[in-house]
Design a binder for this molecule. Structure first.
Ligand code: PLP
Length: 294
């Protein structure tokens, strides 16, 4: 088990992987990235993650340093070289290094890397007993500033939100926009169950189109659970029967408390249990269908 980095296609141990201090990813967060995990050694929803990486790069006018097929091979290679039973995989592409200056044209040689390290999902108690959210004071940046649909290395908005949530003892932060509408977690999407219907903010509100969110949309359809993409106020969130958050590493997490308000029965609810069971089935099927020899 270990940390392995594929740096421009060269496999290195984590402590040997280094990039230039002039890299724009380091200086300005001028980069795009994806985080995914393996199940049975298979990077989950790899095609969707790679498609989102490409879309993120296009949104910020960055050329990806290698074709998606090469990036895919490097994801698999980093996981296999790590010897981890299952890996957390972070794929980062930066605009590269160049003379200091904001003009993106100063960098001509984009950089790519994959970090593979042992995946650390939340403890079982999070799924058995539920977790808490903090409605933080940090607001989601406007989609007309840096569009949250682009998963860029500029994560200070979320870093500040997490710092506040942690100070308040919460598992995850939820960010409202400037009008007080719920957007998303610091690194997760948010769902509220009301009258048996799942509500989730639409992408147009200014959020990342989470891959797990997309899978949940599909699973809800399969389970005949009504799901509506609609703006949610903080008041609606607090009145929900159930709240769920989703991300690639945490999968689907039941939320039983928002700040000091207990949600629903204060225990993970039936919609969570149905979605989680279906998600686990989906993962097994996906893994079976996407194994690669070698
Ligand atoms: N929203 C934000 C801001 C995120 O950073 C993430 C994941 O890191 C998510 C949502 C969830 O996305 P995914 O399900 O693709 O992991």
């Amino acid at each position: 088990m270990g940390v392995v980095v594929s740096l421009d296609g060269v496999l290195l141990s984590g402590d040997k992987a280094q990039v230039s201090v002039f890299d724009r990813g380091f200086l300005y967060g001028d980069s795009v990235y994806e985080v995914l995990r393996t199940y049975q050694g298979v990077p989950f929803e790899e095609d969707r993650h790679l498609a989102r990486l490409l879309a993120s790069a296009e949104r910020i006018g960055m050329n990806l340093p290698a074709p998606l097929r090469t990036l895919s091979e490097e994801l698999w290679a980093a996981h296999r070289a790590s010897g981890n039973a299952e890996s957390y995989l972070r794929l980062v592409c930066t605009r590269g290094a160049g003379p200091i200056g904001l003009d993106p044209a100063l960098a001509v040689d984009p950089l790519r890397l994959v970090i593979a390290q042992p995946v650390q999902p939340p403890p079982p108690s999070v799924y058995e007993d539920g977790a808490s959210l903090a409605l933080v004071s940090v607001r989601k940046n406007l989609k007309t500033a840096i569009d949250p649909r682009a998963k860029t290395g500029n994560y200070l908005n979320s870093v500040l939100a997490v710092a506040e949530a942690k100070k308040r003892g919460a598992f995850e932060a939820v960010l409202l926009d400037h009008q007080g509408t719920v957007t998303e977690g610091a690194s997760s999407n948010v769902f509220a169950v009301l009258g048996g219907t799942i509500l989730t903010p639409p992408v147009e509100v200014g959020i990342l189109e989470g891959i797990t969110r997309t899978v949940i949309l599909e699973l809800a359809r399969r389970l005949n659970i009504r799901l509506v993409e609609t703006p949610i106020s903080a008041g609606v969130l607090l009145a929900a029967e159930e709240i769920l958050i989703s991300s690639s590493i945490r999968e689907i997490v039941p939320i039983v408390k928002v700040d000091e308000v207990s949600i629903g029965t204060g225990r993970p609810g039936p919609v969570f249990h149905r979605l989680r069971a279906e998600f686990q089935r989906y993962v097994v099927d996906y893994t079976e269908a996407n194994r690669r020899p070698g």
